[in-house]
Write a protein that binds this ligand. Sequence first.
Ligand SMILES: Cc1cc2nc3c(=O)[nH]c(=O)nc-3n(C[C@H](O)[C@H](O)[C@H](O)COP(=O)(O)OP(=O)(O)OC[C@H]3O[C@@H](n4cnc5c(N)ncnc54)[C@H](O)[C@@H]3O)c2cc1C
Ligand SMILES: NC(=O)c1ccc[n+]([C@@H]2O[C@H](COP(=O)([O-])OP(=O)(O)OC[C@H]3O[C@@H](n4cnc5c(N)ncnc54)[C@H](OP(=O)(O)O)[C@@H]3O)[C@@H](O)[C@H]2O)c1
Length: 272
Amino acid sequence: MTDVTTEKPALEPTGALSVETVLSVKHWNEHLFSFRITRPASFRFRSGEFVMIGLKGDNGKPLLRAYSVASPSWDEEIEFLSIKVQDGPLTSKLQLIQPGDQIYLGRKPTGTLVTDALLPGKRLFMLSTGTGLAPFLSLSRDPDVYEFYEQVVIVHSVRRVSDLAFRDDLEAKWAEDPLVSEQAPGQFHYVPTVTREPFEGNTQRIDALVESGALFAGIPGAAKFDPETDRIMMCGSMEMIKQFAAYFEGAGFTEGSNAAPGQFVIERAFVG
Ligand SMILES: Cc1cc2nc3c(=O)[nH]c(=O)nc-3n(C[C@H](O)[C@H](O)[C@H](O)COP(=O)(O)OP(=O)(O)OC[C@H]3O[C@@H](n4cnc5c(N)ncnc54)[C@H](O)[C@@H]3O)c2cc1C
Ligand SMILES: NC(=O)c1ccc[n+]([C@@H]2O[C@H](COP(=O)([O-])OP(=O)(O)OC[C@H]3O[C@@H](n4cnc5c(N)ncnc54)[C@H](OP(=O)(O)O)[C@@H]3O)[C@@H](O)[C@H]2O)c1
């Protein structure tokens, strides 16, 4: 069956996938875009989780990839932040989507970057590189997070200034957000760092910012991580999260999971 208005092949829902409609698309630069889709009433998730999404592949079957939901669990729409991989099976097509297009959405979100996987604490640090920011956009707009933690920090390390997606919203501490605009001004901190281009702020990798203490500037509490009070979430390349996991274990933190909450949790932002 063909959709006559777009001449793109119509998608069929399956037991595991619903078919949703693209509502809006924003291109941040030639490597990065974000988009919003409809949310079915049956779609429940915890802020920070990921889900499979996709398009119809050349063989007619769904071509799916894991994506962190970038919007909070209370939002009526669902937002994603995506890389554009040159020749990537999915993103070479996905980057062309437009409002009105159809997209597959998995019915079973999951993941470890959830507050359920962490023990109670005072400061929540969310350390991200590249598109690893996505789950933290979701969490930083969830009012529960501001009930659980006194300080909520997003650290975002990118190569170039234009990779700082959602920078305006984050710098404004979600001032326009209907649910967290009261708590976030006093509790939320945004720490961007740009490593391959001149930038008026931080320009070192996250590990160097931790080492020098620069990462903690303006955040109430000690200028170093403390397993008693600090909880950490990390999302980025495999290399980055492995290095940080070893660092936190060495500093006396234990890794948490949904089954056994701990002091830090990790999730890879992509495979490879
Ligand atoms: C748990 C989980 C959550 C994910 N969440 C997101 C998300 O929110 N946003 C997102 O854009 N991607 C996310 N990904 C990656 C995503 O699943 C796909 O890999 C990505 O959409 C590219 O798909 P592709 O078919 O075009 O290329 P693929 O064949 O999947 O990837 C080709 C290569 O591109 C590189 N690559 C892929 N994704 C990324 C990325 N995000 N950042 C940098 N390099 C990358 C890797 O080197 C990879 O080997 C997630 C992956 C996992 C496992
Ligand atoms: N974003 C771009 O402009 C760009 C341009 C060309 C191609 N690409 C493609 O996109 C892919 C992903 O690029 P990306 O920019 O999203 O991700 P990335 O290469 O992982 O870099 C994102 C940020 O993470 C930092 N980082 C990388 N490894 C780290 C580690 N082990 N510990 C601490 N920090 C670390 C980087 O610092 P450093 O800068 O010091 O590495 C950078 O600030 C690349 O592999 C490439 O194929 C991206």
